[in-house]
Design a protein around this ligand. Structure first.
Ligand SMILES: Nc1ncnc2c1ncn2[C@@H]1O[C@H](COP(=O)(O)OP(=O)(O)OP(=O)(O)O)[C@@H](O)[C@H]1O
Ligand SMILES: [Mg+2]
Length: 529
């Protein structure tokens, strides 16, 4: 920021600057004086105007201290002005947003806009550095860099510098976040490179446009409210996490049978929190180092997801093998340093459980905050307890089969029906039959092939039919299982009986053999054979 006098804003400052321009800048603009004299004149103008004018100005440059990166402050001001003041401007600029879909409206260069803050009036003036025709710049941006200049009365100096500018920064950032196109990142796309040495980004992304929300998510209302409360508390707890010295992150484990809404829940969470989603495919990560790099390249306000964690890497087995290996090497420990074997080298270059634990909560989690980590699995019991203990996976959410309350949400979403006479029957069936919300939803969809319009009666009748069919199938499956178990038990019983019989026969044979030996011994002692 540079402070000094302003030339052309506000009624009083306009007068000053017009006067100054006419008297002093005219020859400068026309290049009628040599460069050295021009600079001296310019300095004198600054001194004179700052002495005489009651107005101060602050300049916010597009490239700040960094030559290749647009200053965050500049971007925040741009967003703030578009949001708060553009309505009052007469000249606007329209650009294509970063996502190349939305139109971004900003205040045009040289277009004055006014803002007021706690009784103070502030004039904003977007502008552009004039090109320096006789200078060849190494940095092309030097010649077309834009800047914002704000002008205010000097009696508001403290208010503007201490309160207004921080307010503009915070508001501008909030607007940027609200307007941004959220993204779905993946490490398993052709454009992404997970190699540590590659210069390419390790993530590639597409716009995140999943329509799921908590309103459309079918689950018990009490469970849903508990999750919403937890997410809200997390989002608003920046200060709390800082106070207790914890990285600002939270882990969720979503477990349950297929089709119960785990992936849908993740999308609903991302939409609720307005976060990006990083879909981490562990099987595509070669080493722990690559895993670390992936973590470092995630940004705040994001959800990092590892789906089907039990299938991704055989982490449990690896750790127990490691333990066994360690034990056996301890046993024949002869105090000699050993070089790693080829197999050990190979193991070291893979993603291991400890690598994943580091990923979740190690040193690396210190870089930035506001991240949610979600694992999903169909088999919670297969996971290593270390991976899902509280503190890593803070909340365990069981996604279960569709019961009546969840069904009501689906009926409302899919059919627009909140009450129906068939609900009583459906409630009874759902209480005794395990059907996933995905299957229930499928039955509520109109059958396109029949070319029918969405008819709630037909859809609900179809669901009842499907539930009854599932009931019969479940009964048959249970009967078959029972029979299988009975057959297995019978086979085991027979096996046991055969074993007992064989043992008895052996005993009998042994006894018979023993009598024969006794007789021989007796005969020997009597002198007869
Ligand atoms: N609880 C639910 N609420 C609303 N829709 C659901 C729910 N569960 C499943 N669905 C519907 O079923 C489809 C499949 O659900 P989803 O992919 O979320 O299941 P999942 O639990 O992730 O399954 P998997 O374990 O196989 O990954 C979704 O597209 C959604 O339309
Ligand atoms: Mg899923």
């Amino acid at each position: 920021m540079a402070m000094g006098m302003m030339e052309n804003l506000g009624s009083v400052s306009t007068l000053w600057s017009a006067l100054v321009s006419v008297l002093l800048f005219w020859p400068v603009v026309n290049n009628h004086v040599p460069a050295g004299l021009r600079q001296w004149l310019s300095t004198m103008v600054d001194k004179l105007t700052s002495y005489l004018s009651p107005y101060l100005h602050v300049t916010i440059s597009e490239y700040g201290h960094e030559r290749f990166r647009r200053s965050d402050f500049f971007l925040a001001v741009e967003a703030y002005l578009s949001h708060a003041c553009a309505r009052r401007a007469r000249k606007l600029r329209a650009d294509l947003g970063k996502d190349a879909r939305t139109v971004q409206i900003t205040v045009d260069d040289h277009q004055e806009v006014t803002d007021s803050f706690r009784g103070a009036t502030i004039w904003w003036y977007p502008s552009k550095k004039p090109p320096r025709t006789n200078v060849i710049s190494f940095y092309p941006r030097d010649d077309d860099a834009r800047f914002y200049r704000l002008v205010f009365h000097r009696r508001h100096r403290d208010l503007v510098l201490d309160a207004y500018l921080p307010h503009v920064l915070a508001e501008g950032r909030a607007v940027t976040i609200r307007n941004r196109q959220r993204r779905l990142f993946t490490n398993n796309a052709p454009g992404a490179s997970t190699s540590y040495y590659s210069r390419k980004s390790v993530w590639s992304h597409v716009p995140f446009e999943h329509p799921a929300t908590f309103d459309t998510l079918a689950m018990e209302p009490a469970d849903k409210d508990a999750i919403l409360d937890d997410l809200t508390a997390f989002r608003d707890s920046k200060d709390y996490y800082a106070k207790v010295g914890k990285a600002w992150k939270r882990g969720y484990l979503l477990h349950g049978p297929p089709g119960t809404g785990k992936s849908t829940m993740i999308a609903a969470m991302a939409n609720f929190l307005d976060y990006d989603v990083y879909d981490l495919e562990l099987t595509a990560v070669k080493t722990n180092t690559d895993l670390r790099k992936l973590y470092i390249e995630t940004t705040g306000k994001s959800i990092i997801v590892i789906e089907d964690i039990d299938c991704s890497v055989d982490l449990t087995a690896k750790r127990s093998n490691d333990k066994k290996k360690k034990k056996s090497s301890d046993e024949d420990d002869d105090d000699k340093p050993k070089l790693p074997t080829e197999q050990e080298k190979d193991e070291a270059s893979k993603v291991t459980l400890s690598g994943l634990l580091n990923f979740i909560d190690g040193l690396w989690s210190a870089c930035g905050g506001e991240r949610i980590i979600i694992f999903t699995t169909n088999h919670k019991e297969k996971l290593d307890p270390a991976l899902i203990r509280r503190g890593r996976m803070d909340v365990h959410i069981e996604m279960s089969y569709c019961r009546f309350e969840a069904f009501k949400v689906l009926a409302k979403n899919y059919l627009g029906v909140e009450q129906h006479e068939m609900f009583v029957e459906i409630r009874r069936l759902l209480e005794e039959i395990d059907m996933s919300p995905a299957d229930v939803a499928e039955n509520l969809m109109p059958k396109a092939s029949k070319g029918k319009k969405r008819d709630p009666d037909a859809c609900l009748a179809g669901l009842i039919e499907a539930l009854n069919k599932a009931k019969v199938e479940a009964a048959e499956a249970a009967k078959a299982k029972e029979e299988e178990e009975a057959a297995a038990a019978k086979a085991k019983e027979e096996e046991e009986a055969a074993k007992v019989k064989a043992a008895k026969e052996k005993e009998k044979d042994d006894e018979a053999a023993g009598t024969k030996v006794d007789e021989t011994v007796n005969n020997k002692s009597n002198g007869t054979i």
